[in-house]
Design a protein around this ligand. Structure first.
Ligand SMILES: Cc1ncc(COP(=O)(O)O)c(C=O)c1O
Length: 387
């Protein structure tokens, strides 16, 4: 079935006891298994059946089925946040002495986790400046490589096909952070990635009311990640969040179309503005990554970045004068959001790392919502006039 049909139907069955069409929210920490033998069997994995909600919960299981269907994955596991997804993947699949590679830039929290925390577990972390840099300089001993196909916050394109081809030759596990494009536009597993992950907080949810993480991929890898994430680190998604996330995902393809259309119009408008020094949006034909996304995805996403002449002060002038866009971190909500990444989402990076990743003081990131495009353009025009 097609993506929009799966988004609505996958993982959802009428509740067997009541016929309720919507997946119930199972607010329970534990499950009665009735007999000692049944308890023994469930713990031995012989019987399907729930034991304890840190390990699995029916609301989360239904969501996992929906997300696995959308990603074309054997299995999915949902966790407490996007950072819980990243750290669980890396702790589950690497060990002391291994090397983890990533393509610059990534979300500032990911960068900080890899460079500051993961290295303390004895894992070597190496960053590459682009897909081509990874192709030419990669270390054959790399164990895992992580990338964002459209990077946060510079909207640079990393060609997933190049990363996957090299990783396959050297036997590295490929992990695509697909938060910006979502399975409505791009399915990394279909072109050979081992795992795809998301900050479900963003477009998958779409309504800005939860923190959530998602990992999907081949069965054996997901089993290992599931055990570490849920049993060892202990970062399950709660059932209320799982309910809200499955409700949001039902409209994901519809919402993504609106985000993509609005973002394209905003990027085209900004490109005509004298006060704007540069516009970054892969949907513009002049963007160096335009073709790579056009070849692999069905849309360019809802994120736009721009640079102003001047630094923080010029950006603050723009941001402080926006009235419809909220000044806030996060992205992928129905509401349009704007932020200055160097001083917010990517503030945890060192100035050197930020400079290497082109996260400059003159950069503003826009998450384009689903409001009427005329109102969005009018807000940007009046704020730019005051810069
Ligand atoms: C691309 C990307 N990956 C991961 C994360 C982390 O997700 P969360 O905030 O849900 O932990 C974010 C958060 O902004 C992000 O933008």
């Amino acid at each position: 079935m097609k993506t929009q049909t799966l988004a609505v139907h996958a993982g959802q069955q009428p509740d067997p006891s009541t016929g309720a069409l919507n997946t119930p929210v199972y607010l329970t920490s534990t499950y009665s298994y009735g007999t000692a033998q049944e308890g023994k069997d469930r713990f031995a994995g012989k019987n399907p059946g729930y034991i304890y909600s840190r390990f699995a919960n029916p609301t989360s299981s239904a969501l996992e089925q929906k997300l696995a269907a959308l990603e074309g994955a054997d299995e999915a596991v949902v966790v407490a946040s996007g950072m819980a997804a990243i750290s669980s993947i890396v702790y589950a699949l690497t060990q002391q002495g291994d090397e983890v590679a990533f393509i610059d830039p990534v979300y500032g929290g990911t960068d900080a986790f890899l460079r500051n925390t993961l290295v303390r577990a004895g894992v070597k972390v190496v960053s590459y400046s682009s897909d081509d840099d990874f192709v030419s300089r990669h270390n054959p001993n790399t164990r895992l490589v992580l990338w964002e196909p459209v990077t946060n916050p510079t909207l640079k394109v990393v060609d997933s096909r190049k990363i996957i081809a090299v990783a396959k030759q050297i036997g590295a596990i490929t992990v695509c952070d697909n938060t910006f494009l979502t399975p409505a536009l791009f399915q990394p597993l279909s072109i050979g990635a081992d795992l795809v992950m998301h900050s479900g907080t963003k477009y998958l949810c779409g309504h800005g009311d939860i923190i959530a993480g998602v990992i999907a991929g081949n069965g054996p890898l997901i089993q290992r990640v599931r055990t570490v994430a849920l049993k060892h680190i202990g970062v399950p998604m709660g059932p209320q969040e799982a309910y809200l996330l499955q409700r949001g995902v039902k409209t994901l393809p519809l919402r993504m179309r609106a985000h993509c259309d609005n973002a394209k119009a905003v990027a085209e408008f900004l490109a005509t503005q004298e006060k704007v020094a540069a516009v970054y949006f892969p949907g513009l034909a002049a963007h160096p990554g335009h073709q790579a996304i056009a070849d692999t995805a069905s849309g360019f996403g809802g994120m736009v970045a721009l640079e102003l002449h001047g630094g923080f002060d010029a950006c603050a002038r723009l941001l402080d004068n926006l009235t419809l866009f909220a000044q806030a971190v996060s992205l992928g909500d129905l509401e349009s959001l704007a932020c200055h990444p160097a001083s917010t989402t990517h503030a945890a990076m060192t100035p050197d790392d930020r400079a290497r990743a082109n996260v400059t003081d003159k950069l503003v990131r826009l998450s384009i919502g689903v409001e009427d495009i005329e109102d969005l353009l009018a807000d940007l025009a009046q704020a730019l006039a005051k810069v």
